[in-house]
Design a protein around this ligand. Structure first.
Ligand code: AMP
Length: 395
């Protein structure tokens, strides 16, 4: 899909309504992690450098269409100013006279932050009148919030259709990485699909089966596939009611020439606790009183071999219960292998969704992946092959 970027727009002297994701964690009135603010800095700086006036639109928490004092975006103002090295003015409404006066008074080189869009019910309702009131404030619309693009809200969808629209730098990077990984990838493509349950990943598996050459199935999900083949998985997390679905997925993969890579050995324990006594057994030899909590070393070697043969990797979900050592071993080893291949220029690797960012961060591998998406739900919907309204509206 083609979309415009900031480079295609004449920004000089223009008010650029910029949809960002600054839904940062806050504790005791302080921003505790500024990552999301740091990630929008290139966009805001590009707009300022081109003589434009950035006016930031964002949501914060879930106020459900009402003004909720402790969900005011004002709390982010100081951190924004520090990260952007710019003067940031705050207006306590995102539409109407307060916002209009603030835009009117905006000096070049200054950033305007408007109050939480979700204080108005029209935001989540994608209300055309609310979108018109937003559009009245600016000349150009820039969406830098891929993480909110799976929602058709006024500031992500309806507004994009009312003004000349473009993608911000973060959106551009995210879309570029995702297109390279799945829309027009270099084959062979391998996907890692891990995590707790098959039931939450059915659409994802359905979309990937027709697109990738192999899928490594890991985590609790793999137990369901093992059980579906008649293997006793003891007390493991397992969706026995999805056995038939798992068999259908295996048959579908076969028909489409997609190899499913299941664990050949597993790490089992009697308790789900840090440092619990554990042992490696063959995938079909889980003792009846034990549970599978990670993939074993032979499985990791098999996964590494698949990575070595691949040109492109898409990763969602851990291979084991990675938060509880030692059950992080397979996830860490496979992630570090992917990172090393990427660093050597042999692999394009894109990861994201749910716990994946935490898993790759804790393994130390994230920095060497080609792209790690922090977009959560939007990344997953994209992997599921869905059209994201906020992206479609930019086309
Ligand atoms: P998801 O949110 O579906 O990506 O699942 C991630 C969660 O799955 C993490 O909290 C992991 O601890 C958990 N998980 C992965 N493998 C297993 C396993 N074999 N048994 C129990 N939980 C697991």
């Amino acid at each position: 899909m083609a979309w415009k970027t900031l480079d295609d727009m004449d920004l000089d002297g223009k008010v650029v309504l910029t949809r960002v994701d600054i839904n940062v964690p806050v504790e005791n009135g302080e921003v505790t992690d500024a990552t999301r603010i740091e990630r929008i800095a290139p966009t805001v700086r590009s707009i300022l450098a081109a003589g434009g006036k950035p006016v930031l639109l964002a949501h914060f928490g879930r106020p459900k269409g009402k003004v909720v004092a402790d969900m005011s975006l004002e709390i982010t103002r100081e951190t924004l100013a520090q990260v952007l090295h710019a003067n940031v003015i705050f207006a306590d409404d995102c539409i109407g006279p307060v916002a209009e006066a603030a835009v009117e008074a905006l000096e070049p080189g200054t950033v305007l932050l408007l109050e939480n869009t979700r204080f108005h019910a029209g935001e989540e309702a994608n209300d055309p009148e609310f979108a018109k009131a937003l559009a009245a404030l600016g000349d150009i619309y820039c969406n830098d919030s891929f993480s909110a693009a799976h929602r058709a809200h006024a500031s992500t969808e309806a507004l994009a259709k009312l003004l000349p629209a473009c993608a911000g730098r973060l959106m551009e990077a995210e879309l570029g990485a995702l297109e390279k990984a799945l829309a027009s990838p270099e084959h062979p493509v391998v996907a890692v699909v891990g995590g707790a349950k098959v039931s939450t990943k059915l659409e994802l598996l359905g979309n990937l089966l027709g697109r990738v050459d192999s899928i490594v199935i890991g985590g609790g999900m793999a137990n369901t596939f093992l059980a579906a083949q008649g293997i006793d998985v003891g007390k493991s997390l397992c969706e026995h009611d999805l056995a038939e679905t798992a068999r259908e997925i295996m048959a579908d993969a076969d028909a489409k020439g997609c190899t499913l890579v299941l664990p050949v050995d597993v790490v089992v324990a009697r308790e789900f606790a840090a440092g619990a006594a554990s042992e490696v057994v063959a995938a079909d030899a889980c003792p009846p009183d034990a549970m599978i909590l990670d993939a074993g070393p032979e499985s990791v070697a098999a996964v590494s071999a698949v990575f070595e043969a691949a040109k492109t990797l898409v990763w969602n979900g851990p291979l084991g219960a990675f938060e509880i050592p030692p059950f992080n071993k397979a996830t860490d080893a496979a992630a570090l292998k992917a990172a090393a291949l990427t660093k050597a220029g042999a692999l394009l690797s894109v990861a994201g969704g749910g716990d994946t960012v935490a898993a790759l961060n804790s393994s130390g591998a994230a920095g060497d992946f080609t792209y790690v998406s922090t977009a959560g739900g939007a990344f997953l919907e994209w992997l599921e092959g869905k059209t994201l309204p906020g992206v479609a509206a930019l086309g």
